[in-house]
Design a protein around this ligand. Structure first.
Ligand code: NIG
Ligand code: FE
Length: 413
């Protein structure tokens, strides 16, 4: 029997719960002072105060003393594009000169640039570089990450990206949740024929993805100049019919009504939402769609941040994620995301922790078994260096992670 006890934690921040936390409830972190956790066979067995640990558990166990430290659930990065070939470092300078994201795209940069490079790379290379990127995420305390395809825009490369993620999920300690984002950009040959491209995705790529179980979610870049509301709806409906859950890149640059569509389709999450309307936000709250906000992207592109305060005050469940990708946001840094969310989006520290744990889990429809320190959940736990969670944003931009425990095993320290 494999058993681990983490005890004497100055603060055990449980983030306790089995569903998304909405509105004010995001401030409730379920903190236990002098906390302890017992993990057995990778699953959390007991949670409470150290003096109350039942005697029977103390017999055979690996004991970790967390005196003076804070213990949290592993972070969940619920929106990334981490499997890609090549880089787009030149675009950073273009942005400094004033080009915006859409201008860069029209100039031949942007997503299609990464598509060309991802097509050229072998699966082996993408696995190798993917492992390195996941290793880096682990240093920030991430134990589950969502990853999207979308740098193929054709059958072969979309499938290649998804198969790479399947391999990475098996090979790396971090759990990888795959999303099919075949409609991420319009490839050159399909400019002006976007409807045809959507049909290609629906008729040829989607059935294979579903048949092989290569993705859990379907996502789409619903944006002016990319895919319209109608095109997005057609693809998402087809994906839903075939058993995939839904996500959307919605209302990032223009308010096309993406938030409303996510609500109508009962998507699990709608992401970005910089321009989302009051009405769209209301509809999302009513339909329990998680709002996944990506402040790293707004920061990198020098856009205005999403209205996190308004969303939370209007009873939305907000998650935060990195959006790690080679163009709009080349960072996997969770401390950066927390700094931006607290300092520029007026989120409380507690809200940001909830947004990266239980609400991140909810954004992946997995709140019933990850995202908090609760009995019967996975033993995905991170020990942070300082005695209070308040040090996490305070130590700006620096990881406070000391030890990462995944499925009840130390995987990073
Ligand atoms: O979420 N907005 C579209 N997709 C990504 C960017 C991908 C890229 O630029 O390579 C995003 O920001
Ligand atoms: Fe994205």
């Amino acid at each position: 029997m494999k058993r681990m006890i983490i005890k004497n934690a100055s603060q055990l921040v449980t983030c306790s719960g089995f569903t998304a936390k909405k509105g004010k409830d995001m401030n409730n972190l379920g903190i236990i002072e002098n906390g302890a956790v017992v993990i057995q066979e990778g699953i959390i067995k007991w949670v409470g105060r150290t003096p109350d640990i039942p005697r029977q558990y103390e017999k055979v166990a690996e004991v970790i003393d967390a005196t003076g430290k804070t213990v949290l659930p592993g972070f969940i990065d619920s929106h990334t594009h981490f499997v890609f070939g090549g880089y787009r470092e030149e675009e950073y300078s273009w942005r400094l000169k004033g080009d915006n994201y859409m201008e860069i795209m029209q100039k031949g940069g942007g997503i299609v640039n990464t598509v060309t490079k991802t097509k050229e790379e072998t699966k082996e290379y993408l696995i190798r570089i993917g492992m390195k990127r996941l290793d880096s995420m682990l240093t920030f305390g991430v134990t589950t990450v969502e990853g999207k395809s979308g740098y193929g825009l054709d059958y072969e490369t979309e499938i290649k990206q998804l198969e790479v993620m399947r391999k990475l999920n098996l090979r790396h300690k971090i759990d990888v949740v795959p999303t099919f984002l075949g409609a991420h950009a319009v490839p050159k040959d399909y400019r002006g024929k976007e409807d045809k491209f959507i049909d290609l995705m629906i008729d040829e790529v989607l059935p294979y993805v579903v048949d092989k179980g290569l993705a859990e979610f379907c996502d789409v870049f619903c944006e002016k100049g990319v895919f319209s509301i109608e095109q997005s709806e057609k693809l998402l409906l087809a994906a839903k019919e075939q058993g995939l859950k839904l996500k959307m890149h919605a209302d990032e640059i223009y308010d096309l009504g993406g938030a409303g569509l996510a609500a109508k389709l009962k998507a699990v999450s709608a992401d970005h939402l910089l321009m989302a309307s009051d009405e769209g936000i209301k509809e999302m709250a009513e339909n329990n769609v998680v709002a996944t906000l990506l402040p790293g992207t707004a920061f990198s592109l020098r856009e205005d941040f999403a209205r996190a305060r308004y969303m939370i005050d209007n009873n939305l469940a907000v998650a935060l994620a990195s959006d790690f990708n080679p163009g709009s946001c080349f960072t996997e840094s969770i401390p950066l995301i927390i700094a931006l969310a607290t300092l520029y989006m007026n989120m409380t520290i507690e809200e940001t922790i909830t947004a990266l744990t239980i609400n991140g889990a909810a954004a992946l429809d997995k709140a019933d078994y990850i995202g908090s320190i609760d009995v019967n959940k996975k033993g995905d736990i991170v020990i942070h260096e300082y005695p209070s969670y308040k040090f996490i944003p305070y130590h700006i931009g620096v990881s406070t992670v000391e030890t990462v425990i995944k499925d009840g095993q130390v995987v990073y320290y």
